[in-house]
Design a binder for this molecule. Sequence first.
Ligand code: ZN
Length: 408
Amino acid sequence: MAASESLDPTPVVAGSAYRPRYIDIGINLADPIFRGLYHGKQRHPDDLSAVVSRAQEVGCSKLIITGSDFTSSRHALEIAREYPGTVYTTAGIHPCSSSIFSTSHKHVDTDGHTMPCDPDPSQPIPEDQEPDPEKTAKVIADLRQLIEDAQSSSPGALVAFGEFGLDYDRLHYCSRTIQLHSFAAQLDLVLALRPQLPLFLHSRAAHADFVGLLKAKFGERLERLKKGGVVHSFTGTVDEMRELMDLGLYIGTNGCSFKTADNCAVVRDIHLDRLMLETDGPWCEVRPSHEGWKYLVESKPPTPAPTPDPAAAEGTAQQQQQQQQQPPAKPAQKSKKPQKKEPEVPERWKSVKKEKWVEGAMIKGRNEPCMIERVAKIVAGIKGVSVEEVCEAAWKNTARVFDVDKET
Ligand SMILES: [Zn+2]
């Protein structure tokens, strides 16, 4: 507990001389949910600009929007054009969107939304689909065109290739065979681009194949990977994480990285010079059920770390005594606001249900980039270092790989 004690328990920004700065390396702002659109229904006004403002207010002054298919990659670029110097983008085909490479192309329609992170092992797409060479050539040519157009029409906006990779937790969107094909074909495109782009990678329950393909394309030490890359939303094991760091890759953490004690143990071992921060909104928020949540709870100074609770025991003993000896002398006196107060996590903005939208409110269940404060705070808590160390390390790492901060 000494570590958490030495951490300033006040809200991240309040009163401290250090003003945190964040780059959200993975935010799906092209998701229609940030326009108030939920599966085709307009539930509240477009509040994208409020989302960006809230991010800026907490010091999250740079956002890299994830492009995960053609539609989102194009929308992401449009948004980047609206916020030059603040919003940047990636372009690529996510493993879950990779059915477009297959013969039968049973694409799961999500109304333009990014796919929820939940696995659904009950309905995998059959492995009998074959990669379609003609479709592949077309997809890769179109993707190359999209990237080159972005580079000429919006110089500096597109900062990474991706997101792409492998996701064996979500075979209900795309089979393993087609995912491997999609990843390989896109890695070939990366190698063909001049100059190369850094990579925004996704790997879920697929580590061996993931690393195997990277090595097959870039060499055993990834020596042909010129600009580096990040494996975002990391939820793998310590050994997997170490292998990625050894290969020179960076590790992106978000709410999904703090779900369990095992997840948190992995985060503790991420080297500060390999760390990046993200929200992956609208998904991957930190929830009270997550192991990492406890690092957000603002313990009030008089609240000591877990005590054996002698007061409670004493209380019951005393009450028993009081019951025995008449007159029941004001037992209420004893209940001096017990410490069992609900843990409090400070909220800067109120969150409401989407149906109850009001100007300036966040939407319950829709994670957004201003919540990156929480990600940094949890990482700092887990690692037993200051928020400043986490923020500065992540900022520098991100600026080293992605071209988002020319002044640095
Ligand atoms: Zn991802």
